[in-house]
Design a protein around this ligand. Sequence first.
Ligand code: GUN
Ligand code: FE
Length: 453
Amino acid sequence: MSYQIFHGTVIDSLSPQELIIFDNVLLVVSPEGKILDFLADFPKEKIPSELERLEIPVSFPLLENIRYLARGQFLIPGFVDTHNHAPQWAQRGLGQSMHILEWLEQVTFPNEARFSDPAYARRIYTSCVDGFLKQGITTASYYGSLHADATKILADVCLEKGQRALIGKCNMDRNAPEYYRDKSAAASLADTRDYIAHVRRIDPEGALLKHVLTPRFAISCSPELLEGLGELAKSNPDLPIQTHFNEAEQEMKFTKELFPQFEGSEADLYEHYGLLNERSILAHCCHMSEHELSSIAKLGCGVAHCPISNMTVGGGFMAAPVREFLRRGIKVGLGTDSGGGFSSSILDAMRQALVASNAREVMSGGKDKGLNISELFYLATLGGAKVCGLDSKIGNFENGKEFDALLIDARAPGVMTILDDEDSTETIFNKFIMTGDDRNIKEVYIRGRLAKS
Ligand code: GUN
Ligand code: FE
């Protein structure tokens, strides 16, 4: 790969409050896919001398290939999906409004069981990864099915297509039907180790892939399995951990029955098994006691906020107190939770996060203000990168980070609110976030490589 040079508008997130719009940016990407230079308000005419300063050989193809972005086009950081289920790709939108345990039993387990067939796994995972790339998801934290072989296929597909991913073989050895559960805790752990070895073999540097320890949730894991996973977490300090956490009342009630010693605190439960630390990605966190809020804040856990599935599947239909997380400095990002969530679009998740936060504002008597565009954009990018432990590598356009980016074209024909000659860049961005879709996501870059065009 050669150097890549862009000149035009770049919109970036530095923090929940800092949405930055830069005009006339010169952005240079190195052959290794890193951001080498980022200069705002940079005159086009000075590009050759800047390249000289960077000691980049100024050849004609390089200068001819500079991407000058037109009005209505801009670069943003790639979207991070902090929670999603690859084997649920073919069941999105099914079983809406069901309560969680019935939905798992009737819709999800029969679907996920089909991934015992490697040919089926390859077909669905190819479509799934293509589908998420199309939506501009440059990093995804995927649950796999319980099958180590199918999950290896998912890792292979992500690597082939160049998507950055955390991928977990799902661990579940109880409270699931005979046809879809790990045969024992020992077998589940052995399959996990076998799968981790595969990921380390195909991507030894961890350039794109990482295994994520994935106890489905406490209900489907025996104490022995949770203990084993806690030991794996301890002996592999590079591995992130993901699970479902305080998602719905039905789930919380059954968890309390299975583990009465923790008196209804999932924070105490997962902490006891060594699964709560700064590497933990906790999906949902809809119902949080004061004790649990302070516990996950203290332990440095991240939250995958999944507002679509929270309002459509699970029961209770309550999304997480995101304002409270932000207030306490708890890491939080967005998850599609596809297929509990019906959409594979982070833009949809941003909009639903806005709706859910407005409901929370009403419920809190005005104390928890709804989220604004800057905060939603942060959650979808840098916030998600922090939750996935990747913010030193990606999440925004800091110098030295890897170039995971989306080239947006707000002029593309689609459903997006039409542009007006008078629109400021901020207005155009707002129109894209609230009404754009994948037709406006023209190009997707991961580590500087084009993954969709
Ligand atoms: N809890 C346990 N498994 C699942 C799942 O697949 N989706 C959701 N939303 N919650 C879960
Ligand atoms: Fe989920």
